[in-house]
Design a binder for this molecule. Structure first.
Ligand code: PBG
Length: 335
């Protein structure tokens, strides 16, 4: 690949960069609306719109306003959205049974969206953190440890209730062992054969999730505790490959790397190793950093976001879950 070109001055790479037309002719990667996934935080009530201070531009929405926003997003061509319920205290119990309540906030939101916008892909988060009093993604024993197998049973019930409500893609983000296989088996047995599983296979114990935890109201409950006993250590890359291999073998259709930009090496490695539909989560802390710098006038927000999206593409992402999806869809339309 290298060395076939004549040395300088025979080879002048700047020739191709001279004009817009020749730059366009050699552009390797492109942004399209198809790569975008918009997350939403949902709250109870009607006509509710609550700002999230650490995520300027992101609001928690009640179901009616969610449908309104998703309708505009769908009209721009964005293929899918991901839902995160902000639950009230009475939905939080030690057994996390609120997670599979057919009348729960998330389940109602999915049903309403599938009626209003049947062609918009709906992705639901499978994890117990909105339903646990302690803000962890699973069930906790007396020692404060998140117990794996009992949690998997609960996640199966949660995923089934999402599929029952009409979710197109269930996305386990909890990092328990064996949950993809258990969920796949249960979906098959319940005749939900076409429910896709997007596995957060490579989810790291990251400090970039802070603003999300503010948005869903988990920060106070989590306090100083961490998720290190189930999420991957940021120092590890091989471990992420093992997780992805296991989840694919257990029946995942799509895989997610999370966080995004600081973990593009993982995306590239996953792409090269597995060549399956690969996504990245451009997480809340990454979003907040761009917003904060842009608010100071230190960076050009639109240019930085579009460059960031291109970096995801170049690293091998089929799609990106980003709080900027709606903006990017608008910007792509006006380009
Ligand atoms: C928890 C969950 C988290 C995020 C999505 N789902 C946070 C966590 O693991 O504590 C973070 C997303 C973001 O930061 O944007 N199931």
């Amino acid at each position: 690949m290298f060395g076939i070109r004549a040395p300088y001055p025979g080879n002048r790479p700047r020739r191709m960069r001279l004009d817009s037309f020749s730059r366009r002719m050699m552009q390797e990667h492109h942004l399209t609306v198809d790569m975008l996934i918009q997350p939403y935080f949902i709250v109870e009530g009607t006509n509710q719109r609550q700002a999230v201070p650490s995520m300027p531009g992101v609001d928690r929405l009640s179901i009616d306003l969610l449908v309104e926003s998703a309708t505009a997003l769908h009209a721009l061509g964005v293929p899918a959205i991901a839902l995160f319920p902000v639950t009230e205290d009475d939905a939080k119990t030690d057994d996390c049974s609120g997670a599979w309540n057919p009348e729960g906030l998330l389940q109602r939101a999915v049903r309403t969206l599938k009626t209003a916008l049947p062609e918009l892909g709906i992705i639901t988060d499978v994890a117990l953190d909105p339903y646990s009093p302690h803000g962890h993604d699973g069930l906790m024993n007396e020692e404060g440890y998140i117990i794996n197998d009992e949690t998997v049973d609960a996640l199966v019930r949660q995923a089934l209730s999402h599929a029952e409500a009409g979710a197109d893609i269930v996305a386990p983000s909890d990092m328990m062992d064996g949950r993809i296989g258990a969920i796949r088996e249960a979906l098959e047995a319940a005749d939900h054969r076409n429910t896709r599983i997007l596995s957060y296979a490579a989810k790291f114990a990251s400090s970039f999730y802070g603003p999300f935890r503010d948005a869903v109201g988990a920060s106070a409950a989590l306090g100083k505790s961490n998720k290190n006993s189930y999420q991957i250590d940021p120092s590890n890359s091989d471990e992420a490959m093992h997780e992805i291999a296991a989840d694919l073998q257990e029946g995942a259709d799509m895989i997610m790397v999370k966080p995004g930009l600081p973990y593009l090496d993982i995306v590239r490695r996953a792409r090269d190793t597995f060549a399956v539909p690969t996504y990245a989560y451009h997480v809340s802390g990454e979003y907040a950093m761009i917003k904060a710098a842009a608010a100071q006038g230190w960076i050009d927000e639109k240019a930085v976001v579009l460059e960031t999206m291109m970096a995801f593409r170049r690293a091998g992402c089929d799609g990106v879950l980003t709080y900027y999806a709606h903006d990017v869809a608008n910007w792509l339309k006006s380009c």
